[in-house]
Design a protein around this ligand. Sequence first.
Ligand code: ATP
Ligand code: MG
Length: 272
Amino acid sequence: MQEIRLKEEERAFSEGKTSKGNQWKWKQGDYWYKADYMGYESLSEVLVSGLLKYTNVDQYVHYDLCRILQEQTVIGCRSHNFLEEGENLITLDRLFRMYLGCSIVDRLDKIEGTRNRVEYVAENVAEITGLENFGKYLTMLLEVDAFFLNEDRHMNNIAVIFHGESRKFRLCPVFDNGLALLADTTVDFPVTKEAADVEKYIQKIQAKPFARDFEEQADAAEQIYGRQWKIDFTMKNVEVLLRECMEGYGEVIVERVRYIMRYQMRKYGKLV
Ligand SMILES: Nc1ncnc2c1ncn2[C@@H]1O[C@H](COP(=O)(O)OP(=O)(O)OP(=O)(O)O)[C@@H](O)[C@H]1O
Ligand SMILES: [Mg+2]
C-alpha cells in the first residue's frame, strides 16, 4: 500500500459538510487524499469505484488505498485530480445559489413528492448547464447509491464541471462513495459479529437527498428518465477488491462488507 506523509496544516476544506462530519483531505501534486474518519470510508471508495468499472458508468473517480503518515498513521484513499486546466467543480448547492439565488435544500423542502423533487432538480440543472442528459445521470447516481447503500449523497456530493473560458459545463465523474456499505462504524453501524445486526442496519440506513428510502428515490427518477445502470460484476470481482483491503482493515471488516455485498447482490438478483 502506498504511503504518504501529509501535514495537518496543509489540509483542504470542503465546501459543504456531510451530516457525518468531515474527512480530512489534502491535495498534493495531481492527487487528492482523504483520511478515514467515521470507519472504513476508503474501503468503500475502493470497492465501489473498483466495481463501477464493471458497469455502464463510464465516468467515475477511481480510488486507491493508502497509508497517511502523520503523528498517528491512518488509512485513507487517493484519487487522481479529475479537473482539467481551467475547470471548476460546481456542486449543486453552489449552482443553485449562483444561478437561482436560492438554497436547493430549502427549495426541496417545499416541494411535495419525491418524483417532483427529482424532476425539479434535474430540469433546473439541465436548463442552467445545457446538459440535456443530466436527468439520466442523476438517475444512474441514485441507482448506484441504492445498490451500495450510500447514505451521503447530499447536494455537495452531486456536481457539474464548469470550464471558465469556454463557459461550458460537463458531467462530473461519480465521486465520494465513502459513506456507502455501512462504513460509519463509529456512530450508527458499530461492528459486531452478529449478521442480524447488519440486516437491522440495512433496514435503518437512510438515503439522501430526495427521500429517506433508497428505492423510493431511485424509482421516482426511473419513472421519469428510465432505468440507467447496468451491473456486470460478480462476487468474484468483489473478492479480488476485498483481498486488497485485507491488509489495511482486517478480517472482521472485510467479512462484514462481503456479507453486505452478498445481501445486496441477492436482493438485486445478481448472486450467481
Ligand atoms: N479526485 C478529485 N479531483 C478533483 N477534486 C476533488 C477530488 N477529490 C476531491 N475533490 C474536491 O474535494 C471536495 C470533497 O471531496 P469528497 O466529497 O470526496 O470529500 P468528503 O470529505 O467525503 O466530502 P464531504 O464530507 O463534504 O461529503 C470535492 O467536492 C472536490 O472539490
Ligand atoms: Mg463529499
